[in-house]
Design a protein around this ligand. Structure first.
Ligand SMILES: C[S@@+](CC[C@H](N)C(=O)[O-])C[C@H]1O[C@@H](n2cnc3c(N)ncnc32)[C@H](O)[C@@H]1O
Length: 240
């Protein structure tokens, strides 16, 4: 899978060269590049922002450098073109899975007060938010999307089971994890995890997942019940 991020601050993405995503890039499983929008500016000082029409604080990223950059990277519109925006669809486990299946990804990062609406209307397929708060720029949000999506690309995680067992994969939060030693500062690992009985371990983990989800994210259980009821009625299978 290819991911191209369009940004005024490409060096911010150097940190993706670490750990799991870094290994995927090194091994060619993920083809990632951060492209400098400024290189496409036709302004003699390579300016990429201007004051907003109608007044107001801050600067707005101009349309021309972004338009030319997008069309240089993706001349035939083969990528899914995403703009990181607080107004977009909120990123979720389901959306990460969908994006990992939807082919190559071009991610535009805004900065300052945002981007001239016209270039978004002309070029962008989808807007994605990483939550109800405002960041200074789309770069950190684009990294979150890149990491969240890359985990669903075959070969990125050591074992494909890894992401099937994690929070949200089954509509629940993950059970607590423990590792050696069996006792730390007087706290013991639950006995059931030490006895090698896989059925019992699975039962314990499921119960812990449900308990934690009910405690911290009861909204997930409501969504899960609705989905189950819908499945029992045959919803979604016959197209109605
Ligand atoms: C300071 S923000 C602009 C906020 C904009 N004026 C508003 O009130 O909605 C600059 C850029 O950061 C990115 N950004 C900020 N918050 C974000 C979020 N929650 N999710 C995704 N991108 C975000 C967007 O690309 C945005 O263009």
């Amino acid at each position: 899978m290819k991911i191209r991020v369009l940004t005024l601050f490409p060096r911010m993405f150097d940190c993706l060269n670490e750990s799991i995503i870094g290994r995927a890039i090194k091994n060619g499983i993920l083809d990632f590049a951060a492209i400098d929008i400024r290189e496409y500016s036709k302004d003699k000082h390579q300016k990429c922002d201007d004051t907003p029409y109608g007044g107001g604080a801050g600067m707005v990223m101009t349309a021309q450098p972004i338009y030319d950059c997008i069309n240089a990277v993706d001349p035939n519109h083969e990528y899914l073109r995403v703009y990181m925006a607080p107004q977009g669809e909120t990123l979720s486990d389901g959306l990460c899975r969908d994006l990992a299946r939807s082919g190559d990804l071009l991610i535009l990062c805004g900065h300052y007060e945002g981007v001239d609406r016209r270039v978004l209307d002309l070029c962008i397929d989808k807007e994605i938010s990483i939550g109800d708060y405002v960041l200074s720029g789309g770069e950190l949000a684009a990294m979150v999307v890149t990491d969240g999506v890359a985990r669903f690309i075959d070969g990125v995680l050591g074992s494909s089971a890894s992401h099937e067992d994690e929070s949200f994969s089954d509509g629940l939060l993950e059970y607590p994890q423990y590792t050696r030693p069996p006792e730390f500062m007087g706290l013991k690992v639950p006995e059931v995890l030490l006895n090698g009985n896989h059925k019992e371990i699975e039962k314990f983990r499921r119960a812990e997942s449900e308990r934690l989800t009910a405690l911290r994210r009861p909204d997930l259980l409501v969504g899960k019940r609705a989905a189950t009821a819908d499945e029992m009625r045959g919803g979604g299978k016959n197209g109605d």
